[in-house]
Write a protein that binds this ligand. Sequence first.
Ligand SMILES: Nc1ncnc2c1ncn2[C@@H]1O[C@H](COP(=O)(O)OP(=O)(O)OP(=O)(O)O)[C@@H](O)[C@H]1O
Length: 488
Amino acid sequence: MATTKIQDESDKESTTSSITTMAENSTPRSWMSSTTNLSFSSSRRTSISTETPYNFSNSHKPHKSNQIPWELIKKLRVKTGQIKLEHFRLLRRVGSGDIGNVYVCEIRNPIIGNGWPENYTMSRGLLPQCFYAMKVVDKEALLIRKKLQRAEMEKEILGIIDHPFLPTLYAQFEASHYSCLVMEYCPGGDLHAARQRQPGKRFSISSAKFYGAEILLALEYLHMMGIVYRDLKPENVLVRADGHIMLSDFDLSFKCEVIPTLIKSKPKPNDQKNTTTCISKHSYCSLPIQPVLSCFLSPKIDQKIVEIQDHNSEIVAEPINARSRSFVGTHEYLAPEVISGQGHGSAVDWWTLGVFLYELIFGTTPFKGENNEKTLVNILKKPLTFPRIGISSTSKEYEEMVKVQDLISRLLVKNPKKRIGSLKGSVEIKRHEFFKGVNWALIRSIKPPEIPSDLVKLKTRNAAAVIPKLSKKQREEPYQIPQYFDYF
Ligand SMILES: Nc1ncnc2c1ncn2[C@@H]1O[C@H](COP(=O)(O)OP(=O)(O)OP(=O)(O)O)[C@@H](O)[C@H]1O
């Protein structure tokens, strides 16, 4: 894979065009412009390890409630007052990216005392082994490389999201000039690596449907929170212990206000009930909405839920009109409107969903050229084509192939205004034939295509193969804050 990641700084509706340059230390799929003038002041090494002033004790993670990792963190916070680096033992590095290193870690000596349900505790009140992922970002290095703003955006987004297919941020703190984010650990690696393991390096259509459906729900939630993700690719889709996915890496996302819009379709004279057909530009009107009801926890969203009384109306709570002029993303996944710099909104995520499904099913991206420049030209000019893969035209799989190709063709429409999802958001995509039969509400209960082998190893007590086993002395010795993380 030779897709690369691009960013410039103009997320604040700036009209200045940016010059993109290769960034140092970029990953093969990752580069960004270095034109940004950041205004962050250099943080001195005054505090050794401090939890960022964010009220985690009051923060809600409803979908995590009663799960051991989250309960353990809450207990730790109550017991220590402030979560610090020295409360964790870093076990091994599981990944490194453009802005940080990620370590698998565990809480040191998690004997938290009484108050745990019996099924949580082992003998002597000791809790079962529980792993976390800690992303460590060197703020000073990022400041020099003009990427600190990206890390700050990621931290901000992680602080507000709470969804089964998105990372749960358990804690965040500073340690010297490092910023540490403690998240859920995904032992299953990413979908790029998972695809390499498939026969012919392609997922079956049913597996692609499963992953596509979970991603669609994650993007839908992000859009409703006013977040345009912009960097969907298999490398950023991690596989949890239970085989369900987690969309990671928010440093290229942008946040905007969501102003829900009521879309009212004009009933057809002879078909009063036909309200779900795709509404053409000329047959709807957008009405401003009066907030009447709230079921979200975010204060931003509180104001935006409405009661719909008219069955001809549909609410769109996604930032379909948001605009950014940033040149960001990963080459093979860039939407045409990002390349042309005409301004883009949430429709870029539907474009990337199309490229993502294509790559999972066909093993390559649709507009890949000999080099990045040719890839960009192809994205702008080349019509979409599908490779032939041997499927019998009578099989069920053939029918599925026809449906998924139709969906991909609608997602990869070069004009963002004509792209599926650009009018009513995710609901248009969920209603496509390809996803017919998907039980959106219960998708978490569906058996995933693959359960990570790491989990099997952990279950069979062969954890030493994955995580180094520590001696009793090592477990009990006081923790020294390292002078230097193996960062670059
Ligand atoms: N929660 C997690 N569980 C397991 N592994 C993870 C987790 N989060 C990240 N990783 C691993 O660490 C790698 C780097 O993480 P991440 O992509 O967040 O870093 P980054 O510096 O933002 O990278 P990028 O260059 O893509 O922006 C990932 O590719 C993944 O392999």
